[in-house]
Design a protein around this ligand. Structure first.
Ligand SMILES: NC(=O)c1ccc[n+]([C@@H]2O[C@H](COP(=O)([O-])OP(=O)(O)OC[C@H]3O[C@@H](n4cnc5c(N)ncnc54)[C@H](OP(=O)(O)O)[C@@H]3O)[C@@H](O)[C@H]2O)c1
Length: 321
């Protein structure tokens, strides 16, 4: 089968498709014949070698964490899903390899009928991440939440999931994305200089929780929340520890958790079922910034590194999807 991988640190051009042995589902896993999968911005940083001291890689490194497809193997101990079912989900953190023709999923849910394969392929990682952080921030009805970096792959889902919990959501993005943020249910504002004042004007009674999907502005975000305990970042921003801001990540092992300066949080896979229910009600969509054939994964990495994709970048296994 085809898999996307890289065998050395370097620019996007080191990403390529290789022919490898098909993987098989082990206990508590399923295998899907993949239709689409997501590009993870964190992996572009790993590939570039920017995190090599914190998270050294073993090569070849097979990319991708979330995928959607048709179940074609069901592992021992798995119930409630059958060969032929259409699902979306994620690999284990240690296995990865979702940008491939056959993918082993360790967490999954039925593909909502309302989602295209592209949407489903890019959904699981962002849904899990957003759920993990919104849970930690205990976001619920009546709260006001700021999502910093709201137009990206995680932010677009965080906005919708927070709104579905009954929160009022303020989202930051470049001006040309403001109507887009409104369509997702957020009151938009720009990030950068003057953010504290702009958010205070939009939320004169204060902000209950801040979800940082961008990094680089934590002092402002703490000032907005009034307490670092009400800010969670998903970006390994060096300022986080000094400011007392929690970095949420779901590292594969304790060693990596120590390396990035914070223990790993449990994965919020229960978010997948919530996402299905919301999608079925037409209340959750997965904005797709761009879709590339699997063979053009390097171009997808390059776009991801622009840091201005609107929504999730996906790879498709067949050009017709
Ligand atoms: N720890 C975890 O568990 C975890 C999980 C998933 C992702 N991550 C990390 O979280 C980050 C976000 O992931 P993602 O998938 O949402 O990334 P993404 O899709 O690449 O984010 C792109 C978005 O970032 C916005 N942006 C760029 N610079 C910004 C800035 N200075 N301030 C605010 N927003 C800015 C852009 O908005 P405009 O185009 O409107 O300017 C764009 O919409 C990445 O660093 C990723 O590696 C961590």
């Amino acid at each position: 089968m085809r898999t996307v991988q890289f065998t050395e640190y370097g620019p996007a051009s080191v990403v390529h498709v290789a022919e490898v042995e098909e993987p098989h589902a082990g206990p508590n896993e399923i295998r899907v014949a993949a239709r689409a999968s997501g590009i993870s911005p964190g992996e572009t940083a790993l590939r570039a070698g920017r995190l090599r001291d914190m998270v050294p890689l073993a090569f070849p490194y097979r990319t991708g964490f979330d995928a959607a497809g048709v179940v074609d193997e069901v592992g021992e101990g798995v119930t409630g899903v059958n060969v032929g079912d259409e699902v979306f989900g994620m690999t284990s953190m240690t296995r990865r390899g979702a940008n491939a023709d056959f993918v082993i999923l360790s967490a999954w849910a039925p593909k909502p009928a309302a989602w295209t394969w592209q949407e489903a392929g890019g959904a699981a990682g962002g849904v899990e991440t957003a759920t993990r952080v919104l849970d930690r921030l205990a976001v619920g009805t009546g709260h006001t939440v700021l999502v910093q970096g709201a137009a990206g792959g995680v932010g677009t889902l965080a906005v919708q999931l927070a709104a579905a919990r009954g929160a009022t959501v303020i989202g930051t993005a470049s001006e040309h994305n403001h109507d887009f943020l409104r369509s997702l249910g957020a009151e938009p504002t720009t990030y950068g200089t003057g953010l504290v004042e702009r958010v205070r004007a939009l939320a004169p009674d204060g902000v209950d929780a801040v979800f940082d999907c961008a990094g680089g502005a934590l002092p402002d975000l703490v000032a907005i929340a009034g307490d670092p305990a009400r800010v969670v970042t998903i970006v390994p921003d060096p300022a986080a520890a000094a400011l007392g801001v929690h970095l949420s990540h779901s590292a594969p092992d304790d060693k990596t958790g120590e390396a990035v300066g914070a223990p790993a949080d449990p994965m919020a896979v229960h978010g997948l079922a919530v996402a299905v229910a919301l999608a079925d009600e037409g209340r959750l969509r997965v904005p797709v910034a761009a879709a590339f054939p699997l063979t053009e994964a390097a171009a997808a990495h390059e776009l991801s590194e622009s840091r201005h994709a609107r929504g999730k970048i996906v790879l498709v296994n067949q050009d017709s999807i």
